[in-house]
Write a protein that binds this ligand. Structure first.
Ligand code: C5P
Length: 226
């Protein structure tokens, strides 16, 4: 069977990673969550005080060669988890503290070129499902299948709010809605690699669709190509 590259882009909390994971497991492909990589770099900046009251982006950029990112499969679930300089940060990178700063870090040219290079290396062998904001436009412009996911801001915030509550974070729906809208604004208007639909991507609004229905529809697309 032919191995292909599947690029899934879209707005925050559109369920990209749930769909990508499901597809990767059905096709026996590698799944890469590029948002986790931007989040881990942001966590490094927060932990080392380059953000916040004494914000110092130029010094942070000099530290980029010291940031080592790896995906390691969880021993029980087999799902890959994000490691930052040898430490499992899978939980920490999903907190609101990181969500509030990640889009700022993702505007930095040096951060993007480091991560895009890593992502392109991971995809050299094909047989990959990668999700993010610039996968179909910048990372893999020749991907055989590109999906651009959308859903209403309220639907997305409600999904994210539920996830955060389940993880025990104390947040309000308003805070989550504001964060989702703010990230979408920064992500779509930044100068480098803004979030936008690639010309040859299939637009997919999943506001009123369950995970299984989404999976079946996209899986059918893959079967026409493979
Ligand atoms: O996918 P997730 O919501 O975890 O991504 C977090 C943030 O990382 C996005 O809001 C965006 O600012 C940034 N990002 C990006 N390019 C990607 C993936 C994520 O700029 N390919």
């Amino acid at each position: 069977m032919k191995q292909i590259t599947i690029a899934i882009d879209g707005y925050s909390s559109t369920g990209k990673s749930t769909l990508a994971k499901r597809l990767a497991s059905a096709l026996n492909y590698v799944y890469v969550d590029t948002g986790a990589m931007y989040r881990a770099v942001t966590l490094f900046a927060l932990n080392n005080n380059y953000l916040g009251a004494k914000e110092d982006i130029p010094s942070f950029v000099k530290q980029l060669p010291n940031i080592k990112l790896t995906f390691v499969p969880n021993e029980t679930s087999g799902l890959s988890e994000m490691y930052l300089n040898g430490q499992n940060v899978e939980k920490e990178i999903r907190t609101m503290k990181v969500s509030e700063q990640v889009s700022k870090i993702a505007t930095i040219a040096e951060v993007r070129s480091k991560l895009v290079e890593m992502q392109q290396q991971m995809g050299e062998e094909k047989g990959i499902v990668m999700d993010g904001r610039d996968i179909g436009t910048v990372v893999f412009p020749n991907a055989e299948l590109k999906i651009f996911m959308t859903a209403s801001p309220e639907t997305r915030a409600a999904r994210r709010y539920k996830e955060l509550l389940e993880r025990g974070e104390e947040v309000t729906f308003e805070e989550v809605l504001n964060n989702v809208q703010k990230r979408d604004r920064i992500d779509s208007t930044r100068e480098i690699s803004p979030l936008k639909k690639a010309k040859d991507a299939i637009e997919f609004d999943n506001s009123d669709m369950g995970v299984e229905e989404q999976f079946e529809r996209i899986y059918n697309f893959t079967q026409r190509i493979i």
